[in-house]
Every structure is written in C-alpha cells, then in structure tokens.
Design a binder for this molecule. Structure first.
Ligand code: PEP
Ligand code: MN
Length: 334
C-alpha cells in the first residue's frame, strides 16, 4: 500500500503516523522523501488495513493498494488449483471439465428425474435444480421449497448425481445439510451474513457473480466464505448487467482467464442465465471452455415451452447432448 502525504507535513507528525501504522497493522513502513512530497510504502500483509481510515487522516493526500485485498482466494498465497471432489468422484477444478445440468426449477418428481437421467447420459456429473427461487416478481413461481429439495434427493438416489441447489436465506441452512453443493445466487453474492454462515460449513459453495459485481467484489465474497474456514468455493460467471438489451446479461468471457490468474478457485460458467436465449447457450458454452473455464452449468428442461421458470433459455436434453459433445471436443483440443 502506498500512502502519499500532504505537502508540508512536519517530521514529528510523519514519525507519529508511521509508528501508528507499524503498531496497528504489524507492517514495515518505508519512507521516500520527494522534492515536494513524502511517500510511505507499507510492506507486509495489508489485507486488514482499512483504506477509508487511512484516507480520513488529515495528513493523507492519497492512498493506493498495490496488493489484492483478498488473501485466502489469492493465487499468490496458494499457487496450486483448488480441486473439489464430489460424492460420485467427479472433480471440479485442476484441469477437469465439469458439466452441471438440470432444470431452472424443480417442478415434479418425473420432471427432475427424467432430466437427471438424460443429462447424466450426456456426460453431466452434477444435477442442478432450484427449489427456493429468487424471482423478480413476487407473483411468479417461487419454487417447491422443501418438497423441491426432497425431489432432488430422490433424483440423486436414482442417478447417483450429486446436486447443486440455491439457498436464499440463512434461516434455511439446516434444510441444506444433505445438499452436495450449495449455490449462492447472483442476488445474494453480497449477503455477508449468509456467506459467513456458509463459511462455517464443510461443503462446496457455488458462488455466482453478482449482477453488477466487479471481479474484485466477487473474490471478496469468496474471501468471506473462506475466512470462516470453508475453502471449497467454486466461482460461477453468469453474466453481468450492461446497457445491452439483446441478451439477459452480458457474459464476461474475460473474467474467466482473469479470475483464474488471480485465484486458485475453480471457475465455471453459466451460459443460460448469461444469455437468456437457448440458441446462444451452445456458442457461449464453447467460447467459455476455450477461454479456460473449469466447467459449465446449463439449464435443461424436458418441455421448455411449459417450464415454470426460464423456459426460453433452457435446452432440451437432445440439445444439451450436442453441446456436451462439442465442449468435450474443445476441451480435448486445448
Ligand atoms: C439460477 O441459477 O437458477 C439463478 C437464479 O441464477 P442467478 O443467481 O445467476 O441469476
Ligand atoms: Mn434459471
């Protein structure tokens, strides 16, 4: 961290300030005297230094971080890829390509089981399905909740596929004790109370990028979970809001190599929510794998026109099969 002091700050004040920085943050402080300004360089772990507090000091002209504010999620401190192993042996991260597929929402036993069997046949190793649904309108289908979770457990029993499903509130955490991967949706990426609770679990967390979140904010949310002890975080790029209206969101493909260089955590991509159109899922799934994604999470429905949620972006099982083949070929070509 670099701190530029205001012109004319006297020697005694500089020494007092440097001393306070050393004591408070347990860092070394280097000082450079320019012609007009004094610059202080903080050496050491500055993750706990609050930039706002430094800026608020009368003698400070400007402050700049040169180190990322996250530590546990940072590749600098953990150079090897994090690899998460699931109950069926599937691995997420570390050069594996993981295909997660299933309906937006669990609607019935036959729906979710039929889809689960089909996507497994096509190479998916994890089943997705929403039981608690975050909908923009309170009048839209809100999910089958507890019943949806039981139907997912049944589908897992039938197929052996581990399940990923979204939690919306910390109040529901006990209901998720038998879920393989808990999803934190885009709308809850900065629900810090929820993140801290999930950080106490010994269970993988799929953390979606917030609708308007920067990469750094997203990694800081991962840090919230990891700082509490849970290191099993999977990041999911699902598009961010831009001024483009053609697609539901804008898939930030550049986030894939950027996050993979900044962090050791696996990065998977959701081309369904990123685009909102089923015909765009295939090209963006291929592009994501080519850009280095560790996996994909894709919405698949056995009857998209009658889906209770997100039918327009859902692939049929046959379409998913085609996409699975193409992305697997791309992965092998890399
Ligand atoms: C979902 O995966 O069903 C979902 C609601 O996604 P997101 O949080 O990315 O909008
Ligand atoms: Mn959906």
């Amino acid at each position: 961290m670099i701190i530029v002091l205001k012109r004319g700050t006297d020697r005694k004040t500089i020494d007092e300030f440097s001393g306070a920085l050393k004591r408070t943050y347990n860092v070394d402080v280097n000082e450079w005297q320019g012609v007009n300004e004094t610059v202080l360089g903080l050496i050491g772990d500055t993750t706990t230094v609050d930039i706002g507090t430094i800026k608020a000091q009368d003698i400070v002209y400007s402050v700049k971080r040169v180190q990322e504010p996250y530590k546990k999620a940072n590749r600098k401190f953990h150079p090897e890829d994090t690899v998460i192993t699931l109950s069926n042996g599937a691995k997420i991260g570390g050069g594996n390509l993981t295909l997660i597929a299933g309906p937006c929402s669990v609607e019935s036993e036959s729906q979710v089981t039929e889809i689960a069997k089909a996507v497994k046949e096509s190479g998916a190793t994890v089943l997705r399905g929403g039981a608690f649904k975050p909908r923009t309108s309170p009048y839209s289908f809100q999910g089958l909740k507890e019943e949806g979770l039981s139907l997912l457990f049944k589908a897992r029993q039938e197929t052996g596929l581990p399940i990923v499903t979204e939690i919306m509130s910390e109040a529901d955490i006990d209901l998720f004790s038998d879920v393989d991967i808990i999803q934190v949706g885009a709308r809850n990426m900065q629900n810090f109370t929820l993140l801290k609770k999930l950080g106490k679990l010994d269970k993988p967390i799929l953390l979606k990028r917030g609708l308007c979140a920067t990469i750094e904010e997203w990694l800081m949310s991962a840090e919230y979970i990891m700082a509490e002890g849970n290191q099993q975080v999977i990041l999911c790029e699902r598009g961010i809001r831009t001024y483009e209206k053609y697609t539901r969101n804008t898939l930030d493909l550049s986030a894939i190599p950027i996050v993979k260089s900044l962090s050791h955590l696996p990065v998977i991509v959701d081309p369904s929510h990123a685009t909102g159109h089923s015909w765009l899922v295939e090209p963006l799934a291929m592009a994501s794998v080519a850009a280095g994604a560790d996996g994909l999470i894709i919405e698949v429905h056995n009857d998209p026109p009658h889906a209770l949620c997100d039918g327009a972006q859902s692939l049929t099982p046959e379409e998913f099969d085609k996409v699975a083949k193409k992305v697997t070929n791309i992965k092998s070509a890399l």
